[in-house]
Design a protein around this ligand. Structure first.
Ligand code: ADP
Ligand code: GLC
Length: 489
């Protein structure tokens, strides 16, 4: 099997910098791909937190004045990852997160910050660094999508390109006036270039110019080709349908494994499920909930945004909690939702517990202690929290959309009889369906034997990266073979 060399580029990567599932995927894929004969190096921005975590890094290349300030490329290894870091303090060393300041507003120069990342990726891909020539450039989400455009306009030779859509809702659309600062030729501003509804579309450019497009579940791949869910890009995606493929995400079992997880109160596996109760008690304590092993504990770990449908939970709360049903929610995002849940916790002491913020330790404890993990998303490209829930013996209660539909088998009568159910799904995403499904879950929870069977089914489902990594490796090799074929463009 010929070794494949891949340059990945992403704006976040676990465990160095994370706002959501993209980081988990970027952090997990390289190790999983290694088993398939694919070597990955990942280019990431040199945020302050990244530079601090790296400690020792080698300076590889001085980029001089780069997008408005001095920049260089560093090489480093951390957490079993081989990294290139774009060290450009004027772009990445900021108060606040990777995309927005502490006030929650996007940085005004995000177009340049991420064009620089994409430009650096395309330069490395074309041989900027001695002895490094990747076969594949694999870019993730809008922040890196311009890499394919830079390659297209800078000419051959170039590596093959793969672009992964983690979320079509984040498109990187900017006014036309930024074009000169990006360093792309004026003629790139065209319908078959980077132009998108009168502005410059980063995501659009990635979809236009990458050799292959992947997204993170088969159902989402189909959904985004429809006008209802295509967010203005469905036409382009339909035109490129033969190059689009949905590959499900997996779980990084080095990090998410209840048998070895140092972040939870008691470790367990399918043969020692009873130990899980200790985590539930700990979770109840940490969230100020009444410590009661029999109560039905609903857990949520989520960004608080329209996508995630948690306004439905807020609306349904009076019908859901109380009478031995509790809610523990960890999340951050939209202020009205943060306030709504905080208020709900105040009104329902002992029954509703809320932590606003981002906390990796509690996210793990939630999976290990909650009875169900709720994901009522309006759309969900893949979703990782329901996969972690399967792994940890919490039953996922999810909307039947995107990757949620592809990963959870509803505990309807047929699936229960066949012994294959792993959770609960509902559709359409409305308060009524949502409440009815939670009641259905609660009813099954009362039947201890059926519930243990449901937990067991989830825990033995293969949600590892093994299968998805093989699919990516096949995609890379297929693409390289197609390019090498006589007559290939
Ligand atoms: P998305 O990427 O759309 O936010 P995913 O389900 O793919 O959704 O991934 C979410 C990731 O972020 C998971 O690893 C989840 O545990 C984590 N996460 C989300 N919100 C929080 C939070 N408030 N604190 C800690 N981890 C969180
Ligand atoms: C995005 C999606 C989520 C997916 C994650 C990783 O943030 O919203 O569904 O799991 O990317 O691919």
């Amino acid at each position: 099997m010929k070794r494949v060399e891949t340059l990945a580029v992403a704006s976040e990567i676990t465990p160095l910098v994370k706002t959501g599932g993209l980081a988990d995927v970027a952090g997990a894929l390289p190790a999983a791909l290694k088993a398939e004969g694919v070597e990955t190096r990942t280019l990431i921005p040199g945020y302050a937190s990244v530079l601090a975590a790296l400690g020792h890094a080698r300076s590889l290349f001085d980029l001089g004045a780069f997008f408005g300030g001095p920049a260089r490329l560093l090489g480093a290894s951390a957490a079993e990852l081989d990294l290139f870091v774009l060290d450009a303090p004027h772009l990445y060393v900021r108060e606040g997160g990777p995309y927005a300041g502490s006030d929650g507003a996007d940085y005004p120069d995000n177009a340049l910050r991420f064009a620089a990342l994409a430009r650096a990726a395309s330069s490395i891909a074309q041989g900027l660094l001695p002895n490094y020539r990747p076969d594949i450039l694999h870019a993730h989400d809008w922040q890196t999508a311009l890499a394919a455009a830079y390659l297209r306009y800078s000419g051959e030779p170039r590596p093959a390109t793969v672009f992964t859509i983690h979320n079509l809702a984040f498109q990187g659309k900017f006014p036309k006036s930024i074009l000169p600062a990006l360093g792309l030729p004026a003629h790139s501003f065209a319908i078959d270039g980077v132009e998108f509804y009168g502005g410059v579309g980063f995501l659009k450019a990635g979809l236009q110019f990458s050799d292959r497009i992947t997204t993170v579940s088969p159902s989402y791949a189909a959904e985004i080709m429809t006008p209802e869910s295509g967010m203005g890009l469905d036409g382009l995606l339909r035109a490129r349908a033969s190059d689009v493929v949905g590959i499900l995400n997996g779980v990084d079992e080095r990090i998410w494994n209840p048998a070895s997880d140092a972040r939870i109160a008691a470790r367990y596996d399918p043969s020692s499920l009873a130990l899980r109760a200790k985590n539930k008690t700990e979770l109840q304590q940490r969230f100020g909930l009444r410590a009661d092993p029999r109560s039905f504990l609903i857990g949520v770990v989520s960004r608080l945004s329209w996508q995630k449908g948690l306004d439905l939970l807020l609306e349904a709360l009076p019908e859901v909690v109380g009478r031995n049903c509790q809610l523990a929610l960890l999340g951050a995002g939209d202020k009205p939702l943060e306030q709504g849940f905080t208020e709900a916790a105040r009104k329902n002491p002992g029954e509703v517990g809320v932590k606003i913020g981002f906390d990796e330790d509690i996210a793990h404890l939630m999976q290990a202690g909650a009875d169900v993990i709720l994901v009522p998303s309006r759309f969900e490209p893949c979703g990782l929290t329901q996969l972690y829930a399967l792994r940890y013996g919490a039953a996922p209660v999810v909307a039947r959309v995107g990757g949620l539909r592809d990963t959870i088998i509803d505990a309807n009568e047929m699936a229960l009889r066949a012994g294959v159910a792993t959770g609960f799904t509902f559709s359409p995403v409305t308060v009524d369906e949502f409440v009815a499904t939670l009641h259905r879950a609660r009813k099954l929870f009362a039947d201890k034997e059926q519930w243990r069977q449901l937990q067991g089914n989830g825990m033995k489902t293969d949600v590892s990266w093994r299968h998805p990594a093989r699919r990516y490796a096949e995609l890379y090799r297929g693409l390289l073979a197609a390019r090498a074929a006589p007559g290939a463009p």
